[in-house]
Design a protein around this ligand. Structure first.
Ligand code: ADP
Ligand code: MG
Length: 281
């Protein structure tokens, strides 16, 4: 089975008039069909940049990004539009960025299916089914503006799913929601996978959202440094053999310092170097 997402050594540099920011420095990620994956990590660690690469909204400065078999760096505009139109569902941060405020709930969901090549009757049927699934069927005729944030986020989810994407990307879908609404969105993400087999990658700060996913990947300094799955925590080994030490060890292992690596049978030991003997004669 080929992966839905395959990112190898992705580097992404944001260039502005007077500066360059390296947002991704050698990020590796592989997501299999039907997986629920959470991306966590401090602000500025590159989560949104990685999502933008996966959505085909940005091209990597170096490295390889393959989404649903499509090489994003080499794809033509047309191929990217086709990918966004049907293969990919995107839920951007903040419901207002995903919805037309003056249109009705139903119109929003139906319109989101425009690029998918579905016939109008099929879109209407599918919109109804999804509004039902997210529990907003009764609000179909209301305008988006009259809904609460949590209700809007559910409608946005229905809109992101209307074209039947194989991959759903959601950037902080619960950040503005209260606990109950956040829990409902998390449930809906899991239901989406269970019902339609959709692969889900979600950026979140919310530990509970993360706990509901199969894998929780932690980004730091532009790469994925750690992974938690099935109750186990792993360090991710980079292409050049580097691992990111847990940040709580920074006092014993300061960046730029030295560590002695001692091989043992079946494991290694890492000892902090006592001093740096640079100035010895
Ligand atoms: N459009 C941009 N122009 C310049 N710098 C950017 C841009 N987008 C993100 N960055 C910078 O890239 C780094 C990673 O940002 P981002 O991917 O948004 O991280 P996260 O989503 O984890 O907070 C940050 O230092 C951020 O300031
Ligand atoms: Mg972000």
């Amino acid at each position: 089975m080929s992966a839905v997402v395959e990112v190898q050594q992705a580097v992404c540099i944001h260039r502005t008039a007077d500066s360059e920011v390296v947002a991704l420095r050698g990020a590796d990620l592989r997501v299999e069909e039907g997986e629920l994956v959470a991306l966590v990590g401090p602000s500025g660690s590159g989560k949104s940049t990685l999502m933008a690469l996966l959505a085909g909204l940005l091209k990597p400065s170096a490295g390889r990004v393959e989404v649903l078999g499509q090489d994003v760096a080499r794809a033509t505009e047309r191929q990217l539009l086709a990918l966004r139109g049907s293969g990919l569902g995107m839920l951007m941060q903040g419901p207002e960025r995903n919805l037309l405020p003056y249109a009705s709930v139903r119109a929003n969901v139906e319109l989101a299916g425009l690029g998918s090549g579905m016939r109008p009757a099929e879109r209407r049927r599918r919109a109804g089914e999804l509004l039902d699934a997210v529990g907003r069927a009764g609000a179909a005729r209301r305008s988006i503006r009259s809904l609460s944030g949590g209700e809007q986020q559910r409608v946005a989810l229905a809109a992101a799913l209307v074209s039947g994407p194989r991959l759903l990307l959601a950037d902080e879908p619960t950040s503005q929601l209260d606990h109950a609404n956040a829990a409902r969105i998390t449930e809906l993400l899991a239901e989406t996978r269970d019902r339609w087999g959709t692969t889900v990658v979600v950026v979140t700060h919310d530990a509970e959202v993360g706990a509901g996913m199969d894998r929780r990947l932690t980004m730091r300094d532009g790469r994925i440094g750690a992974e938690a799955r099935s109750g186990e925590h792993y360090a991710v080994i980079g292409q050049d053999g580097t691992i990111q030490l847990p940040q709580e060890l920074a006092a014993s292992f300061p960046p730029g310092g030295r560590a002695r690596v001692v091989r043992r049978t079946g494991h290694i030991e890492l000892h902090p170097a006592v001093t740096t003997p640079e100035r010895q004669s």
